[in-house]
Design a protein around this ligand. Structure first.
Ligand code: MN
Length: 198
């Protein structure tokens, strides 16, 4: 099951040369709570990759402008291939090929599923299928509810929207994506990895 989900991940890259985690690595969760990560990926264009642990893989979206704490901001989130759980703490330089560039763990932590339909909790896999997820992130830069909605904007099946829920974690003035570039794990910024071997 997990192997099937990671087939696109393996097809798109050679992890021996890219330096990224292999698809055959850790298959179990970090602990009893599910993890999320937002990676700042300075590739052909700068973007932020939001990944949520769902049923043994990191379900992933590339968010060009990154997550916002302002509930008025609607951020395009482009669904990309599922990533292995080991990717949750990956940072460094990706060599030539798919995704070439530098990656830092911009934020990470655990999350809770808040998705409901008709007052009933909906499992994350089902919420994905239904095209609407609500999660509560417990990170350092991001906290509180975020809604992901499958909009298919412009006729693109991969297009979702990421919007901050208006709660205690919301902040209309602070923009962490432009003022806090450093990794929450290592303190590094993307540029620190530019000279590394891929
Ligand atoms: Mn990326």
């Amino acid at each position: 099951m997990t192997e099937d989900k990671l087939r696109d991940y393996e097809r798109k890259r050679d992890t021996d040369s890219s330096g990224e985690p292999s698809a055959g690595g850790r298959k179990t969760s970090r602990g009893t709570r599910t993890s999320f990560v937002v990676q700042r990926h300075d590739a052909s264009s700068l973007h932020f990759d939001l990944r949520l642990e769902i049923d043994g893989v990191l379900v992933s979206w590339a968010v060009p402008k990154g997550p916002s704490l302002n509930p008025s901001d609607k951020r395009l989130a482009h669904r990309t291939e599922d990533h292995p759980l080991d990717y949750v703490d990956f940072e460094g330089r990706i060599g030539e090929g798919y995704g070439a560039g530098t990656v830092v763990v911009w934020d990470t932590g655990t999350f809770d599923n808040l998705t409901e339909e008709d007052g009933e909790e909906v499992a994350l896999a089902q919420a994905l299928d239904h095209g609407h997820l609500k999660v509560e992130l417990h990170g350092e830069k991001l906290s509180g509810g975020f809604a992901l909605t499958h909009t298919r904007m412009g006729g693109d099946e991969a297009n979702w929207l990421l919007v901050k829920v208006d709660d205690d974690g919301a902040d209309r003035r602070r923009r962490p994506t432009s003022t806090q570039n450093e990794s929450v794990l290592s303190g590094h910024i993307n540029e620190d990895f530019e000279g590394d071997e891929g």
